[in-house]
Design a protein around this ligand. Structure first.
Ligand SMILES: [Fe+2]
Length: 274
């Protein structure tokens, strides 16, 4: 199973630039082109929040228009720039999978189950899963203890060293860890929010933040650094689940020189001296 993870696309209305700089729609279109060119193509695309910049129906519509070219199913989650209700209104097919106004749902039918968790706190930048999300997670994992699972949300439950983002991460991380430790079939937790590729362990499993397809939060590890962003090379996460193991690749969006063969027709490495 191959999963492409988009995150933090921050789509705005036509003619409007994120932070006055970034035409995020162009970057999302490039990400869609990139996914379409992958061979093999991903089985699913997950979007771990901040689809829109201002939770505006026109922004969701634009997101749907741009990603409508993807033939595989797309499973979104809200981020702090979105809202649960805004996302559910824009994705009625996801609303049909959820209950209680929160975007908690499970994707089944693939080698890996995807447990999608709504970590948003309406109108606030930080995240919580809350009693409802934690209970949903526990029940979802209890229902299929022998099937491997990937847990997805918007907010990271760990510190990255980027202070202005760390103060708005997942506030009920300890309670999440407690649930995850009860279910050894969970192979990883993945999220967004920080607009950077980050890897660590959390509750004994792999934990990753998907990188940005547009603007990256600056890699500023000085606690006094102000919140800024850089236009680093856009990329996305490609999660490959094979032989019971989840491997996460970072795939840079764009066209690059190659593929160049290592070996010539004689079987020798090209450029071997003598
Ligand atoms: Fe974001």
């Amino acid at each position: 199973m191959l999963i492409a993870q988009l995150t933090d696309t921050h789509i705005r209305r036509p003619g409007s630039l994120a932070y006055g700089v970034v035409d995020t729609a162009i970057y999302l279109a490039a990400a869609v082109d990139h996914i379409l060119a992958l061979d093999p193509r991903p089985d699913v695309v997950i979007v771990t929040g901040d689809l829109t910049d201002f939770d505006d129906p026109a922004e969701y519509a634009r997101f749907r228009e741009i990603t409508g070219r993807l033939p595989m199913p797309l499973f979104p989650l809200p981020g702090n720039h979105d809202s649960s209700q805004g996302l559910l209104r824009a994705f009625p097919e996801i609303a049909a999978r959820t209950a209680g106004g929160r975007v908690n749902y499970v994707v089944e039918g693939f080698a890996l189950r995807l447990v999608m968790l709504d970590s948003t706190v309406h109108g606030r930048p930080h995240g919580t899963l809350g009693e409802e999300g934690l209970t949903f997670l526990d029940a979802a994992l209890s229902a299929e203890p022998s099937l491997p699972a990937l847990v997805c949300a918007h907010h990271p439950p760990f510190l990255t060293g980027i202070r202005h983002m760390d103060v708005q991460n997942l506030f009920d991380a300890d309670a999440l860890a407690e649930v995850l430790r009860r279910h050894p079939q969970v192979c990883a937790y993945t999220c967004g929010h920080v607009h950077r590729a980050v890897t660590t362990t959390f509750a004994g499993i792999a934990a990753t933040i998907g990188p940005a397809p547009a603007h990256s939060v600056s890699l500023a590890l000085d606690p006094a650094a102000p919140p800024t962003f850089h236009m680093e090379p856009p990329s996305l996460s490609l999660h490959l689940f094979a032989d019971g193991r989840l491997v996460t690749h970072r795939s840079f969006i764009g066209t690059f020189s190659g593929p160049h063969p290592f070996f010539g027709p004689d079987g020798k490495a090209i450029g071997t001296p003598g």
